[in-house]
Design a binder for this molecule. Structure first.
Ligand code: 0GY
Length: 293
C-alpha cells in the first residue's frame, strides 16, 4: 500500500508565540519507521514514516518541553513504536496505547513502566473497525486500577449514541479534537452545545482543543475554529489539553504547518494563566502526576 496522504510539513514556520517553559504537546504520533516497526495489516491508511527523532526535533524547534504520543490506528494494537519513543525520551514523553481485552496485568504494567498512561478508543469508521461496547468496558476496567484514562475519538453527530458508553467508563475520558464539531454549524448550534453540556455535567470529561486543520473550512490560520476552542478553554480551563497532531495523518488538500498551529494558541487561550493550565498544569497532572509523589 502506498502512502495515500500528504507528507508532514518539511519546513514549519518558527512560531512567533513561544510556549512557556515546560509546555507539553499533548497529541502527536510516531509512525514507524516501517522497516523497524511495520504498520498493522488491518490499517485503513499507510502513513509516511515519522519517527521519534523527527518528533523530538520538532518539539525543540517549536519550543515545547514534552510530548504525549498517541497510538494511531495504522499501528493497530502493536505499541512497539510508541514504547520505543517513550523509552528514548528521557522521561519527556508519555503515551496513550491501543490494546485489546486480552491484555494481561503484566503487559499493562510493562506499558505503564514505559510511560503509557491511557488507552485510546477510536470510533471513526474510516479509521477503525467496530468494537463492541462491552469489550471497551472490559478494557477500561482493566486499565483503571493503573490510574489510566481513556482517550476517545469520535465525530460530533455520534456523541448522542456514544455518551452512555462514555459515562459508564470507570476512568477519566479525554476527547480528541473537541469531538470534531461541524464548524459550519457554529458554536451556538445544539450539536456543539450538547458537547459543552456534557462537559459541564461530567467532571471526568476532558477535551483536547486540537486539530483546527481537520475542522476548518477557511484554512490556515484556522480562525473559524477559534470560537470552538475558546469556548471550551474558557468554560473548562482545568480540563483542556492541546497538541500539534504531528505528523497529521490523513490530511488531504493542505499540510498543516506546526508553527502556524502553535501561533494559534494565544487566540483561544487568551491569558497567561489559561495558557499555563492548558500547556503545563493540565497535561502534567494527567500524564506526569504520579511522578510528583
Ligand atoms: C489524529 C487523527 C486522525 C487519525 C488517527 O488513529 C488515527 O489513525 O487518529 C484522523 O485521520 O483524523 O488524531 O491523528
Amino acid at each position: 500500500m502506498d502512502a495515500d496522504w500528504l507528507p508532514f510539513h518539511p519546513n514549519p514556520t518558527r512560531p512567533a508565540y513561544r510556549p512557556p517553559a515546560g509546555a507539553v504537546d499533548a497529541h502527536c504520533h510516531v509512525f514507524g519507521p516501517e522497516a523497524q516497526f511495520p504498520y498493522a495489516p488491518e490499517r485503513k491508511y499507510t502513513p509516511c514514516d515519522a519517527g521519534k527523532d523527527q518528533l523530538f526535533a520538532l518539539r525543540d524547534f517549536l519550543g515545547f518541553s514534552r510530548n504525549v504520543v498517541v497510538q494511531a490506528t495504522c499501528h493497530g494494537k502493536d505499541n512497539r513504536a510508541l514504547v520505543d519513543a517513550l523509552k528514548a525520551s528521557n522521561g519527556l514523553a508519555r503515551g496513550v496505547a491501543t490494546v485489546g481485552e486480552e491484555i494481561t496485568e503484566a503487559e499493562i504494567q510493562a506499558l505503564h513502566d514505559a510511560g503509557v498512561r491511557g488507552v485510546r478508543f477510536n470510533f471513526l469508521k474510516r479509521l477503525a473497525d467496530f468494537t463492541p461496547h462491552d469489550v471497551l468496558q472490559r478494557i477500561a476496567a482493566k486499565v483503571a486500577p493503573f490510574g489510566w484514562h481513556v482517550v476517545v475519538y469520535f465525530e460530533a453527530p455520534d456523541l448522542v449514541e456514544l455518551q452512555p458508553l462514555f459515562t459508564s467508563l470507570p476512568t477519566r475520558v479525554v476527547v480528541d479534537h473537541m469531538g470534531r464539531p461541524d464548524v459550519a454549524l457554529g458554536v451556538e448550534h445544539p450539536q456543539f452545545q450538547r458537547f459543552l453540556q456534557w462537559m459541564s455535567e461530567d467532571p471526568d470529561v476532558w477535551s483536547k482543543v486540537s486539530c483546527p486543520e481537520r475542522l476548518s473550512l477557511a484554512g490556515p490560520p484556522y480562525d473559524d475554529v477559534v470560537p470552538f476552542q475558546r469556548a471550551i478553554v474558557e468554560c473548562f480551563p482545568d480540563r483542556v489539553l492541546w497538541g500539534t497532531d504531528w505528523p497529521h495523518p490523513n490530511l488531504k488538500g493542505h499540510m498543516a504547518d506546526d508553527g502556524v498551529l502553535t501561533d494559534q494558541i494565544p487566540k483561544f487561550a487568551t491569558t497567561e494563566e489559561a495558557r499555563r493550565r492548558l500547556l503545563i498544569d493540565n497535561p502534567m497532572a494527567l500524564y506526569w502526576g504520579d511522578d510528583r509523589g
